[in-house]
Design a protein around this ligand. Sequence first.
Ligand SMILES: [Zn+2]
Length: 337
Amino acid sequence: MSSAAIAPWLASQLRGLLQQRGHAWLLYGPSGLGQYPLALDLVRAWLCEQPTSEGACGHCESCHAIDVRTHADLFVLMPETDMIELGWPLSEKAQADIDDKKRKPSREIRVDAMRDAIEFAQRTSGRGRGKAVLVYPAERMNQVTANALLKTLEEPPGDVRFVLATEAAHQLLPTIRSRCLGHTMSWPKPTEAAEWLSQQGVGPVDVQVLLRAAGGRPEDALSYSRAGVDAKHWAALPRAVSRGDAVAFADWSPARVVDGLLKLCHDLMAVRAGASPRFFAAADLPQPPSFDALATWSRDLARTFRTVEHPYNAGLLLEALVSQGHRALHSGQEIRR
Ligand SMILES: [Zn+2]
């Protein structure tokens, strides 16, 4: 196989999916459980020349064509930003527009790309093992693109199969959901997740701390590690917020900052209520402020979270978020630096 061997909790789900028929699957669940790699392994197995009950063979021409991103019978429908990040080529037209700086790579699935996908679905397959369309993240279809796909899902041309993968199934049109067979992503056992993370090169101390930071979701933990967050860094965050110090978050995306602050707020509420924290170690947390202050902070963060993908100025937003946290943590007391 091209990429590292399939993670154990995904391997068992793949076996289950391959035992069932169905021309359209929707893989859904919270982020970080492996929707995209599972979707890709499923289409690899569908298109493989010598598939087994475990999945694709990994060495036939079809498998190779997918590895080098040139399979004529696979259409990958993603926002351009995700295509670029995951190494899929854009259409010539889209690439030319971006190269000529006519526009930036799109964060949504574009209508043009959907049109190409539908045209692809009508064509006969090149290799004779049928065709596949992979849509991820499926929630990035807007009303127009989703409706265009719906028609094809309702009356699929002969030999095409679809797999849609999402981390936000509630944002999909109900009609899209109802046209697909649903598969709920299953959670890895903690030992499976830890072992997989160490295979990806994450050190033993970091594995435990980052898995905890990610609420047990292995891909999210890996993404922390790839963003340069380690155990020490994570442990130092609560006190940094308490000091009003934004430096600890300097290289983080705005969405990651808000997510981290929401986790801190959650843990302080838990401690306030006499429960154990979930994402941070108890010893790393500052004294929680009043429940009221935490509730207000949590609401403010949730509001920011909904708009955080397009911040007007990431630097200003970071300062504002950290000073908001600082104020919340010191509400009712004189602010000491
Ligand atoms: Zn193969």
